[in-house]
Design a protein around this ligand. Sequence first.
Ligand code: GLC
Length: 422
Amino acid sequence: MRKEKIFLDQKAQEVLEGNDKGGYTIPTAGLYPYQWNWDSAFAAWGFSVFDTKRAWREIETLFAGQWPNGMLPHILFRQDDPDYFPGPTVWGTEGIGPISSSGISQPPVAATFIRAIWERDQQIGTDHLLSLLPKIKAWHKWFMNWRISPEGAVFVTHPWEAGRDNSADWDSAMAMIIPKGIGEYKRRDTSHVDPSMRPTKEDYDRYLWLVQRGNRLGWDEARMVEEQPFAVADPTLTFILLRANKDLAFMNKSLGLPTEEIDRWSRTLEMGCESLRHPESKYFNAINLKSGEHTGYLTSASFLCWYAGISDEKMLDILKRTLIDNLYPIPSLDSRSNKFDGLRYWRGPTWPVLNALIGLGLSDMGYEKEAEILRSKTRDLISQNGFAEYFHPKTGAPGGGEAFSWTAAVWLAWASPSVGEK
Ligand code: GLC
């Protein structure tokens, strides 16, 4: 037992080190050759288990890409890599931020992991933290300025902003887009991974159409907001930003800095979370703001309520049933849904990263039993099937890219049997 533990911890460390490009980490070679925002925050959390300084470096290289308006891009393109589409020229953000990047953001898990890294070693961490706090706040403020629905939920302007690329949550909003004039393009993802595991061409046409639109409008939020072709209030971002604001306020307070504005944001987001409750089914789901309709899909993001500090009896019942329904919970789309597709990305597979966030939330809120089930099932998945991007929730079959940084990080910081022993 002990031997296997050490072996897998070592392997996880090697995955992170293998994806380390010198201060920043790529998610996996080939499929995702740049620095991704929330992947990088997870990687930092993983590094912090064995190398605190490297963890801070990861965070600092990520924030080095912050735009003057506070936005922290979802991809930083440090070099042009023909393996990935759409690359820097398609996004057309040159001259806006300090590093070539995409024009949208991603779920702000960074503040929460920064807190964890700092709490692990305050002596090394406090100076890093002091210089990062205003940057984190500027990023969260950007969300509060540009991505808040009238009810207080965070909405996304592109499916990639939620980090759940082809979730069923976007289907109705995507169907409202007619992707005219996008021209010919060549996808790269399907040469790295079986197309049956990837978003469809209909999805890609629309992803690209939205990117081209942003490029045309110079990624100027004030112009883009005038006529929003895609706006979906999203549980991923709403719960994650609420949690991130609470952690940011905690860190500010600990260092004697003001928290009033951040506390106000949290109150807005708390209302926003409530607005995501489905009127009949009562679980949290997304809302297509163009039609005003709840999407009605129960996804892994629905279970982030505890992570945001929200206890909920209805969700607890659904959680218990989901833990039984699936050999390897939590599916990214309810396995009872007719759109469930066990290996197609965010339409069914279970993702260790989401499980870790949900598990952290459950532990924080005192649901140790459920948290432990989720943690031990995720541990089994990874130890039996490797550091894959995601897994089939019924069979455990690995899917997507291999040697994935954030799966390795989740192993080291949350799923490994040695967590808590150190
Ligand atoms: C996909 C995922 C997204 C992730 C990225 C890099 O686009 O949906 O969440 O950040 O890959 O791993």
